[in-house]
Design a protein around this ligand. Structure first.
Ligand SMILES: [Zn+2]
Length: 341
């Protein structure tokens, strides 16, 4: 009997040693999140540093960010969204605005360099995956069409923001969600990257960011969600695509219960989103990835308080009426999305 007890105690001791070893081995933040929400703002660059962005400021005051993370060498949209979603640089994934165009075949999982949606699907066969995009190329030519990602396309940023909020309010809460807002880039293409209109569009993007975050927070999801904001590239007065500092700087910001309050290091790239998202969901990133979880991003889990949202600044009753009408129309249109989900 004594021998049996000693043997049993020995086995328990060895098992507890193994458990402790594995517990130590798990890097901070790994698998600590059930949901990852990625909000992509096309053409935003580092402009939240220059404009009033009260929502961004309150959400990330106690979290991690860098205004000027590195972009791909070519500062064009598909090159960067492709890298952000696949974790490899442009010269590896090869996607361009032309190859991802809706006149070209849809991208499938047969393509080389799959997206983080593909790896999430492999690890979690039943996961809800959702992509809502203003720019059609994202859901047509970048994210794989054959892995059960629910794809929603809208023709404006307010419509996208409403569709996101509607999905979450109606309890369609995905494990992984990607959102692409495009109005900031539109403003740059129409008025130039340093124009008042461009900066006004950036401020509007901050409104949508606040709307989306507050819906997630109100649902009680931030206790196990990671909220990421990322830009694909910046802009110049004459557009983008080149290698100027303005074009090659892009916001990367991460909020979550175990995210450290820090300014991320200067080596950080917008492409690192791919590693961060898989890491948070507890999925080992594939060996071929050329992205990393930024040093010092994750630490101890702790309680966080984000300031209450600010009052919406609506100029006139007419504006208010139009906005309510568009929102109502969006909700009706959105009901059809939920049927597909
Ligand atoms: Zn872009």
């Amino acid at each position: 009997m004594k021998k049996t007890i000693s043997l049993l105690l020995g086995v328990i001791f060895i098992l507890s040693c193994f458990t402790a070893a594995f517990a130590d081995a798990a890097p901070a933040g790994f698998g600590e999140y059930k949901h990852v929400f990625i909000i992509g703002i096309d053409g935003l660059g580092a402009s939240f540093e220059k404009v009033d962005s009260p929502n961004f400021d309150r959400i990330f005051a106690d979290n991690a960010y860098r205004y000027n993370a590195h972009t791909e060498y070519i500062t064009t949209s598909a090159q960067n969204w492709g890298a952000i979603l696949t974790g490899v640089p442009y010269d590896v994934h090869g996607m361009t605005n032309d190859t991802t165009d809706i006149r070209k075949p849809k991208r499938t999982s047969e393509s080389d360099n799959n997206t983080i949606f593909y790896y999430t699907r492999q690890a979690m066969p039943d996961a809800k995956l959702l992509s809502l995009s203003h720019w059609l190329n994202i859901n047509h030519g970048i994210i794989e069409s054959d892995i059960g990602v629910s794809m929603v396309n809208r023709l404006s940023d307010p419509m996208i923001a409403d569709a996101v909020c509607g999905a979450i309010q109606f309890n369609h809460v995905p494990e992984l969600m990607f959102v692409q807002l495009d109005d900031v880039d539109h403003a740059a293409h129409t008025y130039g990257g340093f124009s008042d209109e461009y900066y006004a569009a950036a401020e509007k993007a901050d409104d949508y960011l606040g709307m989306i975050y507050d819906v997630i927070e109100a649902k009680g999801l931030m206790k196990d969600s990671l909220f990421i904001v990322v830009a694909d590239h910046g802009e110049t007065a004459g557009g983008h695509g080149g290698q100027t500092v303005e074009e090659s700087s892009a916001l990367l910001a991460v909020a979550g219960h175990s995210v450290n309050k820090t300014v991320l290091g200067e080596e950080v790239r917008n492409r690192d989103v791919a590693s961060i998202a898989l890491h948070a969901l507890g999925i080992e990133q594939p060996d071929h990835f050329e992205s990393t979880v930024p040093e010092g991003l994750f630490g101890e889990s702790r309680e966080k308080t984000v300031e209450k949202p600010l009052e919406a600044s609506v100029d006139t009753l007419w504006h208010n009426f139009l906005y309510s009408f568009v929102r109502f129309a969006n909700i009706i249109v959105g009901l059809f999305d939920f049927i597909q989900l």
